[in-house]
Design a protein around this ligand. Structure first.
Ligand SMILES: Nc1ncnc2c1ncn2[C@@H]1O[C@H](COP(=O)(O)OP(=O)(O)OP(=O)(O)O)[C@@H](O)[C@H]1O
Ligand SMILES: [Mg+2]
Length: 420
């Protein structure tokens, strides 16, 4: 056999990948990042902006700084409760100031550590204390062996207090604190020093976006954890504009038409004042321009993006719902869309029910009883999907429950799609 046998036709039919003729699509094209985005990551959910990209929250940063100020000198920090709607910078600002406090403390020769616990993941006492313990362990003594499972809260506390004795101040951020299922961990933290468990000063920053739970939270949270309360308000158009301007470099030079950022900020400020959503709309607008091969992002892309993000959000909201909930919401959306009056018009359970029945039957689904649908609608209002009010009927009619959607009917209908 020769060293270099002539190849059989069979082999030619399946050539090695690197022996094919150069592909008509060049590598430049194949792996191009497009003409729109220069640094996509700046607009990603979860991207944490660095210090000079946090804008419009100077006052709030100052207040969190004031609470932690003493800690940077080795004194006890003040506890803080932060309220505010979603996307108003609560988590961002708290974490950022904790990091800075740590640097400042270090410069003063004080050992300050902080932990961040998301109580929507760690929603029991054991989970929270375990989470804190591991974060502290990783910082102070990464080689210390601590069981990941099989021990209870009290054992984790023992590890935690023991580790904390090596530092001066410990600050923990309990984010989404309304998701916490029991309060023991709050008691333990607030009494840690008093009860002689540790000599370290402990500070707690509690965060919640459930403003309506404020009273209940106030009852739950030991009063010593509420030295101060701080509210983060929704961003106004100008603040959103600054936030977005600061991320303009996510795009290539010159691709954003002049009115894109003002338009996005105005829409977001009008609807919610949520920075996360504003950033999301800007990203979607860019993605839409990219997908349609347009070289420029325009305010039309922004409007489409806004619609799309709303639809997506509504889909997420109802994704786990039963078909019956979807028929009822579709019924309400159709009634609203057909109504000559404004979108704030409310409809009685009976009006919704008769259309619901028809929609279900059209799909060969057996409708639920009037009473069940009434309860389903009430649940939707609890979830914030609809709003329900008792309305006084006319003379002798008594009062009845009326409902309206919290979103435009077009969005709801598009989100529900063709299915139930
Ligand atoms: N002042 C700001 N400057 C720059 N970016 C911001 C600002 N506020 C919020 N953002 C952006 O919006 C995102 C959401 O903010 P953050 O997570 O702090 O909101 P939140 O108030 O904690 O909301 P939630 O209640 O939903 O947890 C941040 O990750 C950041 O990208
Ligand atoms: Mg948050």
């Amino acid at each position: 056999m020769t060293e270099n046998p002539s190849r059989s036709p069979g082999r030619d039919a399946t050539p090695d990948a690197d022996q094919v003729d150069p592909d008509p699509v060049s590598d430049d094209d194949l792996f191009s990042t497009g003409d729109i985005f220069a640094r996509r990551e700046l607009l990603r959910v979860g991207h944490v902006p660095d210090r000079d990209r946090i804008v419009g929250r100077d006052n709030e940063m100052q207040q969190v700084g004031n609470a932690l100020g003493p800690a940077t000198h080795g004194d006890p920090p003040r506890n803080l409760v932060i309220f505010g709607k979603t996307g108003t910078g609560k988590s961002l600002v708290s974490r950022h100031i904790c990091r800075r406090a740590r640097g400042r403390a270090e410069a003063n020769g004080v050992e300050l550590l902080h932990a961040y616990v998301d109580c929507s993941d760690a929603d029991t006492e054991t989970r929270v204390v375990r989470d804190m313990t591991f974060q502290v362990r990783d910082e102070i003594d990464p080689d210390r062996e601590i069981p990941i499972a099989g021990i209870g809260a009290s054992e984790y506390y023992r590890y935690l207090w023991d580790l904390l004795d090596e530092i001066d101040v410990f600050v923990v951020i309990l984010d989404e604190i309304d998701k916490l299922r029991d309060d023991q961990v709050l008691m333990q933290l607030s009494r840690a020093e008093e009860s002689g468990k540790t000599n370290t000063f402990v500070g707690v920053i509690s965060i919640s976006n459930k403003i309506e739970y404020r009273e209940r939270l106030n009852e739950r949270i030991n009063s010593s954890l509420q030295d101060r309360e701080l509210t983060f308000h929704p961003y106004d158009a100008e603040q959103l504009r600054n936030i977005l301007e600061n991320r303009r470099d996510a795009f290539h030079d010159g691709v954003l038409s002049r009115d894109v950022i003002p338009r996005t900020s105005a829409l977001a400020a009008r609807e919610h004042g949520d920075a996360r959503k504003a950033i999301d709309i800007l990203f979607e607008a860019g993605a839409l321009a990219e997908a349609s091969g347009d070289g420029e992002v325009t305010s039309d892309h922004v409007d489409d993006a806004q619609q799309r993000t709303e639809v997506k959000r509504f889909q997420d909201l109802v994704s786990g719902s039963t078909p019956h909930v979807k028929y009822a919401l579709r019924a309400l959306a159709l009634l609203t869309a057909q109504s000559e009056e404004s979108e704030t018009k409310m409809f009685s359970t009976s009006e919704i029910y008769s259309l619901y029945e028809r929609l279900a039957e059209r799909d060969d689904t057996k409708p639920l009883s009037h009473d069940r649908v009434y309860r389903l609608l009430k649940e939707q209002s609890f979830l914030g999907i609809t709003e329900s009010h008792l309305t006084g009927g006319g003379k002798g009619q008594g009062s009845y429950l009326a409902h309206r959607l919290m979103k435009e009917p077009e969005i709801v209908l598009e989100a529900l799609g063709k299915g139930p």
